[in-house]
Design a protein around this ligand. Structure first.
Ligand SMILES: [Zn+2]
Length: 145
C-alpha cells in the first residue's frame, strides 16, 4: 500500500477502515453521504481506484462516475428529500476547490433560496468578443488528444 492511498480518507472508506453512510456500491465506484452537506441528500460518487484527478484516469472511470451520478439524481428526485434541482460538481485540482485528492463527484439537491451559489469574478460581467472566443476555441481544439 502506498503512503498516498494509506492517508486517503476515501481509500480508507472503500477498504471499510473508516465509516461512511453508503448509498450505492458497484465494481467501479461507491456513493456515500457527504459528512458536510450543502443540502440534505448531498452525495459523493467516488471511484474505487485512487486517482487524484478524473482527467488523469485510465479508461472510462469519469464516464461511469457521471452515469452513477445521474442515477443518484433520479433517486434523489424520487425520494421525499427536498430536491427541486441537482448540481453535479467535480473539482479537479486545488485551484478548482478540490480538498480531497481522490477524485469525487458531488451530487446534491438544490431548491430555491437554499443559500448555495457561485461567486463570479469581475470579468464574468464583461462578455468577450466572438474573435476572442474563437481564438481560445482554436487553442483548446489544437490541444485535444
Ligand atoms: Zn484514495
Amino acid at each position: 500500500m502506498s503512503q498516498e492511498t494509506k492517508d486517503c480518507i476515501f481509500c480508507s472508506i472503500i477498504k471499510k477502515t473508516e465509516p461512511a453512510s453508503v448509498v450505492y456500491d458497484d465494481d467501479t465506484c461507491i456513493v456515500i453521504m457527504d459528512i458536510q452537506p450543502v443540502n440534505s441528500g448531498h452525495l459523493l460518487v467516488i471511484p474505487k481506484v485512487h486517482i487524484p484527478f478524473v482527467n488523469e484516469s485510465q479508461n472510462d472511470i469519469g464516464e461511469h462516475m457521471f452515469q452513477v451520478g445521474i442515477k443518484m439524481a433520479s433517486a434523489l428526485k424520487s425520494s421525499d428529500i427536498k430536491c427541486e434541482g441537482v448540481n453535479y460538481l467535480l473539482a479537479d485540482g486545488e485551484a478548482a476547490g478540490q480538498e480531497v485528492f481522490h477524485a469525487h463527484l458531488h451530487v446534491f439537491p438544490r431548491f430555491k433560496s437554499d443559500g448555495f451559489g457561485f461567486r463570479f469574478p469581475e470579468q464574468y460581467y464583461e462578455m468577450p468578443e466572438r474573435k476572442v472566443l474563437d481564438e481560445i476555441a482554436a487553442k483548446i481544439r489544437s490541444a485535444i488528444k
